[in-house]
Design a protein around this ligand. Structure first.
Ligand SMILES: Nc1ncnc2c1ncn2[C@@H]1O[C@H](COP(=O)(O)OP(=O)(O)OP(=O)(O)O)[C@@H](O)[C@H]1O
Ligand SMILES: [Mg+2]
Length: 508
């Protein structure tokens, strides 16, 4: 493909003649030159068929690097590393790897819809009046885009948008992902603020132990969501999706969130509701979240008083004392936070929808039936995922990940215990048993330890059932006795009343 230099060679001689004539003319007739300048410019543009656009590294705010410049740099990085002869390696803030870009005065060509464009990386020296310790600051860099004027429409209307979009995507892929958490600030209103660390959780869908079919379904759902910008726009819905993860402790809810974030390459915002003072604060925190992020509220049942339905039921059941006690306890705990259920719902439905980019919100809970149905209805929590005890398929994956074992005689025994005996053990406990406890511990030993633990769990479960039924019997017995006593007291009362009445009649 012809470089800009070669193309210049063709038009060069004509332009050189013109330039020469123009310079001589200006020298000899400086005043007439001013009048004729527009004419010469028109003449140049007739012979020079290319349009140039400059993209400066720093524009507007002096110390803020232009987003457009870094977008172009990322966009060109792929082609630059393949084709440019001189490269520059940069480490950009927040980027997890080196970004290779073409060095100053390098040029590469790009093609878009059969149109060729030329990108050149340029540098100019500016002279400063004042003394500076930073000589590099006197150099201004920019990218120069050149294209034929017949392609103006394609470039202005589509190519530049394509460059920015692709550049952003490459930047997103390259960036270091973050885990944000809200911490109370030191200011007078104690406003909570996001603080962040690098998100480096190793969990992935490959290491997550759950049925393959279920895993695929979740992955497909995530992919579909992340690619549906236009679809969400078409149906007039905010580009967001809610997931509710529920299940006993240790079944992998938090691990699943990390796997989701790694899968989509999203940031994670871990929202601790109890430190948020009120709905207004909640709103401002959420507005600050960036696009392509997962907002997580763990143990939602503990974070807020969202158990309205259940409380009502307890009161109806006549267990008033318990309900009052609970209310007092709740009030004590919630003295700090005044975030309400309706505040939370508004955030999910309203404000949230006004934020442009894609966001996923995940709630986790150990007790799904504790939650108010309004919170978890479809549209708010679109997908409910049950994380359950370890099945045989999940066990096989853990054995492969933890011990690198795909087959063993003990597998049949584990299968029998999990499927026939229906022993319930969380993937966290299975993993703990499979984890070698000392250097060089045999896989078979770890598997045996798991089998033993499963058997113990069976005995434990039996004991628990017995204990529960014993407790139940005792309670029933107590109830019966109390009822008997009450009836006896009632009978005594009746008798006394009767006696008093009889005595009264005799006196008369
Ligand atoms: N399904 C799973 N696949 C792989 N590892 C798992 C799975 N479930 C649990 N684990 C392991 O157990 C540990 C605890 O799991 P995790 O924190 O995800 O459970 P959780 O459901 O969030 O529990 P909690 O309800 O107490 O928050 C993790 O570090 C992980 O290593
Ligand atoms: Mg958890």
């Amino acid at each position: 493909m012809a470089t800009m230099g070669q193309l210049w060679a063709n038009t060069g001689s004509t332009l050189a003649t013109l330039m020469f004539t123009y310079t001589i003319f200006r020298r000899w007739f400086p005043h007439v030159g001013d009048y004729l300048e527009p004419f010469f410019q028109r003449l140049f543009s007739r012979f020079y068929p290319y349009i140039q656009i400059k993209f400066h590294e720093y524009s507007g705010e002096r110390f803020k690097r232009s987003e457009i410049y870094s977008g172009i740099q990322s966009y060109l990085s792929r082609d630059s590393s393949l084709r440019a002869k001189k490269l520059k390696a940069n480490t950009t803030k927040g980027s997890k790897s080196l970004v290779l870009s073409m060095d100053d005065r390098e040029e590469i060509t790009d093609e878009f819809e059969s149109v060729t464009v030329w990108w050149e990386s340029k540098k100019v020296r500016t002279t400063r009046q004042s003394f500076s310790f930073y000589p590099a600051a006197d150099e201004k860099r920019y990218y120069m885009l050149k294209f034929h004027r017949r392609d103006r429409e394609v470039i202005i209307e589509r190519y530049l948008e394509h460059v920015m979009k692709e550049g952003k995507m490459i930047e997103m892929k390259n960036r270091e992902r973050k885990l944000y958490s809200n911490t109370p600030g030191q200011n007078h209103r104690n406003q909570t603020k996001w603080s962040h660390v690098t998100f480096e959780h190793p969990a992935s869908f490959d290491t997550l132990a759950m049925e393959e079919k279920k895993k695929e379904e979740i992955k497909n759902d995530l992919v579909k969501f992340s690619k549906s910008k236009d679809y969400y726009k078409k149906i007039g819905k905010a580009w967001k999706r809610g997931y509710l993860l529920f299940g006993p402790p240790g079944t992998g809810k938090s691990t699943m969130i990390a796997a989701m974030a790694n899968f989509l390459e999203y940031d994670v915002y871990d929202l601790e509701l109890t430190t948020v003072m009120d709905n207004t604060q909640l709103r401002s925190l959420l507005i600050e979240t960036s696009t392509k992020s997962i907002i997580v509220i763990e143990d939602i049942d503990c974070s807020l008083n969202l158990t309205g339905q259940r409380k009502k039921k307890e009161e109806e059941d006549g267990d008033e004392k318990k309900a009052v006690e609970k209310k007092m306890k709740d009030e004590g705990e919630k003295k700090e936070s005044k975030v309400t259920l309706s505040g939370l719902l508004n955030f999910i439905d309203g404000l949230w929808s006004a934020c442009g980019g894609e966001r996923i919100i995940v709630f986790t809970t150990n007790f799904v039936d504790k939650l108010d149905p309004a919170l978890i209805r479809k549209g708010r929590m679109d997908k409910h995922i049950e994380m359950s005890y370890c099945g045989f398929e999940a066990f096989k994956l853990l054995a492969k990940n933890y011990l690198d074992v795909e087959k063993s005689e003990l597998f049949d025994e584990v299968k029998r215990l999990l499927e026939v005996e229906e022993i319930k053990m969380t993937p966290a406990d299975v993993g703990e048993n499979l984890l070698p406890k000392c250097e060089g511990e045999e896989a078979e030993t770890c598997l045996k330890r798991l089998v033993e633990a499963l058997k113990e769990e069976k005995e434990e479960a039996k004991r628990r059932v017995e204990e529960e039924s014993k407790q139940k019997n005792e309670e029933e017995e107590k109830k019966k006795r109390r009822k008997g006593k009450e009836e006896e007291m009632k009978a005594n009362k009746e008798e006394n009343k009767k006696k008093i009445e009889e005595n009264g009649e005799e006196e008369h």
